[in-house]
Design a binder for this molecule. Structure first.
Ligand SMILES: Cc1cc2nc3c(=O)[nH]c(=O)nc-3n(C[C@H](O)[C@H](O)[C@H](O)COP(=O)(O)OP(=O)(O)OC[C@H]3O[C@@H](n4cnc5c(N)ncnc54)[C@H](O)[C@@H]3O)c2cc1C
Length: 394
């Protein structure tokens, strides 16, 4: 363990969950104001590790890197509602998302399904940022229909030998480890025979190829496995239990993706552009602008009613899917109106001078595109709403 870990362990972690909700919110807000460095606020895209490492370490030293983890494992031990408060304050402050899949996904899975050895090895390293994780689920022919995945892991002595490929793996180029789903057997249903494995990205035979997106950034990658070995001790849960393990994470965190904060920010940019270009005098623009504003206000009110449900300690039902559809699509509509309103300025990437005001006209368009695809595409969310909420026939 390095000095940073010792610093952290020397000071007993306060019980943040015991604070009254409003007091906790203010405490978080004040600390973020004083400690969050400007370079991690409102980034244009996903932050790479080298861009946010200092911020991660600051949160880690404070004991705030893992709000949902139990306190005895180095987390904050927050109740679901306090986790929502924490997420809202980070979002309000514009703190960009870090390579946090180890914290949000691997940690909770290991806490529930990991062996004592897996917990002892991986959890402290995940907290400190020594282990940075990427998610190896999607494949070239398995996205929405994830259970069709074809990557195999075959037992060979003390190892599994992995063959196949994963795609759209966010920040794989920064990751030291991957958690992945691979086929260790076959059953009558395609969900059977899938296992959940952990893998060191430095294993021989593993190749990471970054993919450049429409905005010119490489945020995700394709990863190839040519007889890549991982010890059998890196199997999480039982062989063939991977599908159930991966699904077990679907919970109240689905709320975050439907938060109104990002549409609100896109709308604020639209407002800035409209002011600079004198668009408020155009009745056709005003009609669409007002419709968007009302849509975002409705989204905020609906979001609050789900947050209230979490505060009461109630589980969220399938109807929470409507938030994701609403938030991501209203944000796309804001970005499209911005392009129309920006006229010739929308032809340029980066911040441009719009009639005397600096505006990045294209940024909301680019950043809102993936939202309707990841986290379960919006068509899949509509299927859920149709089936589980409206009771429509298949
Ligand atoms: C920015 C970004 C980051 C990502 N990061 C990761 C990551 O880190 N790790 C990872 O494993 N994956 C990641 N993904 C992949 C993501 O999970 C998949 O893109 C998603 O599951 C959709 O799968 P697909 O791209 O194969 O599209 P497909 O599943 O092939 O879908 C194509 C189209 O068909 C529609 N469709 C599919 N099935 C149905 C249906 N039954 N009914 C109606 N419409 C349907 C979809 O909605 C979509 O419009 C990321 C994706 C993006 C955009």
């Amino acid at each position: 363990m390095d000095d940073m870990d010792l610093d952290r362990l020397d000071s007993p972690a306060p019980d943040w969950d015991a604070l009254q909700d409003d007091r906790f919110r203010l405490e978080v807000r004040d600390w973020l104001r004083a400690n969050c460095p400007p370079h991690v606020r409102f980034p244009a895209g996903r932050m790479h590790w080298h861009e946010c490492r200092d911020w991660w370490e600051r949160l880690y030293r404070k004991g705030w890197i893992a709000p949902a983890w139990p306190r005895e494992l180095g987390g904050m031990g927050l109740s679901p509602y306090k986790q929502v408060i924490m997420a809202e304050e980070l979002e309000r402050h514009g703190c960009g998302r870090m390579p946090d899949q180890g914290i949000t996904q691997v940690g909770p899975i290991l806490v529930r399904y990991g062996t004592p050895e897996q917990k002892a090895w991986y959890l402290p390293r995940t907290l400190s940022g020594e282990a940075i994780w990427c998610q190896g689920y999607s494949e070239p022919n398995a996205g929405s229909d994830l259970a069709s995945l074809q990557t195999t892991a075959t037992e060979d002595g003390d190892d599994y030998v992995i063959e196949g490929s994963k795609i759209w793996t966010t920040l794989a180029m920064d990751a030291t480890h991957m958690y992945l789903l691979a086929r260790t057997g076959r059953g009558t249903r395609k969900q059977e025979g899938i296992s959940f494995l952990l893998l060191d990205m430095r294993a021989p035979g593993l190749v990471v190829r970054p993919i450049r997106n429409i905005a010119g950034d490489a945020e995700f990658c394709q990863v190839f496995f040519d007889r890549v070995r991982t010890p059998r001790s890196n199997l999480v849960g039982a062989a063939g239990q991977g599908w159930a393990i991966a699904k077990s994470l679907l919970g109240f965190e689905r709320l975050g993706i439907g938060s109104p904060r990002r549409p609100q920010l896109a709308f604020a940019r639209l407002q800035q552009l409209a002011a600079a270009r004198g668009l408020f005098d155009d009745p056709v623009f005003m009609e669409r602008f007002t419709a968007l504003r009302l849509d975002i206000l409705d989204l905020s009110a609906t979001y609050e009613s789900f947050v209230e449900q979490v505060r009461r300690g109630e589980p969220l039902g399938p109807d929470v899917s409507l938030l994701k559809v609403w938030a991501t699509e209203v944000m796309q509509r804001c970005s499209e109106l911005m392009i129309e309103g920006g006229d010739e300025h929308a032809a340029f990437a980066g911040t441009v001078d719009v009639d005397g005001s600096p505006v990045n006209v294209l940024a909301p368009f680019y950043s809102s595109r993936p939202g309707t695809i990841y986290g379960g595409s919006n068509e899949i969310q509509r299927n859920i709403l149709a089936k589980a909420v409206l009771g429509l026939p298949q």
